[in-house]
Design a protein around this ligand. Structure first.
Ligand code: 6PG
Length: 247
């Protein structure tokens, strides 16, 4: 896809999803080390999806597992489906199985979205408070600043649980809100654009030919993922050759 070079931010292309995961894992270990050296903590928001899952498995295994100070990681989530945390659809369950239960991250530094609750608005408001209390803003009154936000890209161009046409796309005064997908499971909690755009580092992990149209939508500014443009942060795209259209 010739548009790959027009994506906002730096683009890394690898042969396949495993290569994408390895490149992203190298990058995360590096930025985690820098954040820990500077502030003693690495605050990362995790994504759902199969490409991020492969990344988590790489991070949890040698050699990456030994290359970071897990006790300094503070883990948040970019979105969650409305289901119990042990449900197979839960992003948190996936992250636990692929990473969090396999490395010595301190349990009290893992902040999941309680999207199993009947009142998703209240659960989202409470997650806004968790973001605000765990991620110091760059300046007073600014949104919480994550060290790293990991994101997937849906075929329809959604990212986190920011779906085309959803009112959550317009939110500027809250850090997490309920949202609605255009496929099941429909009900979600998602972080909002202000949080993603305040992050120090943002990475999209994208694999497979089905994502080419969504990437064109990012270039054209037509899809929700195009709204992620951190003005004071690094934006990275980790693509496999099929998504990039270079195979
Ligand atoms: C969801 C999915 C979704 C996913 C993207 C990319 O909650 O609906 O988790 O947001 O992240 O569709 O998924 P893949 O990485 O599996 O392509």
């Amino acid at each position: 896809m010739s548009e790959t070079g027009r994506l906002p931010g730096a683009v890394t292309v690898r042969d396949d999803a495993a290569g994408v995961a390895a490149a992203a894992a190298d990058w995360i270990v590096e930025i985690a080390g820098a954040a820990i050296a500077e502030g003693g903590r690495f605050r990362i928001a995790l994504a759902g999806g199969s490409t991020p899952r492969t990344l988590y498995q790489v991070l949890a295994a040698a050699p990456h597992r030994e290359r970071t100070d897990w006790g300094r990681w503070e883990v948040l989530f970019g979105d969650e489906r409305a289901c119990p945390p042990d449900d197979p659809a839960s992003n948190c369950r996936m992250a636990r199985e692929a990473l969090l239960d396999l490395v010595p991250i301190r349990p009290e530094l893992i902040h999941r979205m309680e999207a199993e609750r009947a009142d998703l608005d209240t659960a989202a408001a409470e997650y806004s408070s968790i973001l605000a209390s765990t991620c110091p803003p760059a300046s007073p009154g600014s949104p919480p600043r994550l060290d790293c936000a990991l994101l997937g890209l849906g075929e329809n161009g959604h990212t986190a649980s920011l779906f085309p046409g959803d009112p959550a796309l317009q939110v500027r005064d809250r850090w997490a809100v309920r949202s609605r997908a255009d496929y099941a499971p429909f009900d979600r909690i998602t972080v909002t654009y202000p949080v993603l755009n305040a992050a120090a580092h943002v990475a999209f992990l994208v694999a497979g030919p089905a994502k080419r149209e969504a990437l064109r939508g990012v270039v054209d500014g037509r899809v929700p993922a195009a709204g992620v443009r951190p003005p004071d942060g690094e934006l990275r795209w980790f693509l496999d050759a099929a998504a990039a259209g270079s195979n």
